[in-house]
Write a protein that binds this ligand. Sequence first.
Ligand SMILES: Cc1cc2nc3c(=O)[nH]c(=O)nc-3n(C[C@H](O)[C@H](O)[C@H](O)COP(=O)(O)OP(=O)(O)OC[C@H]3O[C@@H](n4cnc5c(N)ncnc54)[C@H](O)[C@@H]3O)c2cc1C
Length: 260
Amino acid sequence: MEKLESKGRGFELQDRAGEIFAVDFLAGAEGISSRVRRMFCEPWSRMDYFYTLSLLWPKPTSLPLTFRFFSGLEGYAWIFPGKESFSLGIGSRGKQFQAGQFFSLFEKALDSDPELAEIKPRLRKQAVSWLIPALRFSTLRQQKVAADNWALIGDASGAAHAVSGGGIPYALKTASLLAEALKAGRPEQYQALWWRLCKDELAGAALWGPLFYRPFIQGMLSGYLLKSGSAKKLVVRLLSGEHPPRREIFSGLAKMLLGF
Ligand SMILES: Cc1cc2nc3c(=O)[nH]c(=O)nc-3n(C[C@H](O)[C@H](O)[C@H](O)COP(=O)(O)OP(=O)(O)OC[C@H]3O[C@@H](n4cnc5c(N)ncnc54)[C@H](O)[C@@H]3O)c2cc1C
């Protein structure tokens, strides 16, 4: 879609080839930079984005699923092993760094293991930068995602985990909720369905996410406290988008603070 305009009670869209389509309902599913969202909603602040550099290395790795924290980085570096390739990257909330500084930190993350040494010289050429929605609670709560003739789903709606950045399940779930509302002939109900999903599965991370990325907590995570095996497991579960029961989170945090 190259152009989008309101026309009467519907919309007119123009594709790259110049073909024009008239529609009476618009579902914005075009990811984080959604034109539909920008047409109808308040812009997000830079604190509602996770800035990432990442690359897919076309070889298997013996390294495990890894999250690394650095004092001063409001985010983390990761290694996600796959069968024939692995993804590695670094992300920070709220565009903390200039590109050069961010790459230097990414290179530092690669120093953690000799297996990653061959990637380092190729990093600046091959890594790509992506934005991921990481909405703070206030933005998530106020997000408008539907009216009588338009709706937003997936990243376009901001439905992603504010700490892990995981958004694939929420792209599918929000699409299914919108389909449910449209099938019932009640598109306006989608706003409430969307919020119920976000309240149950994303609001917690939107609330504790900004705290998680505070320099004090990141300092703790990057230092001796992650020597605690159970705390380490808890952080990996949280960053993998799991929803451990609250009592497990509090007991994990207590263990982290006590250092066991
Ligand atoms: C490096 C990285 C790693 C990630 N890892 C994970 C992970 O491990 N697990 C997880 O759950 N999530 C992960 N995510 C997040 C996940 O990719 C997104 O949350 C998910 O893809 C959102 O799906 P979506 O369909 O809403 O948007 P997208 O996947 O962004 O799809 C939007 C589509 O719309 C198209 N589009 C954009 N503009 C237009 C236009 N004007 N006209 C027509 N089409 C348009 C785009 O080309 C794209 O195909 C990761 C993201 C990144 C950047």
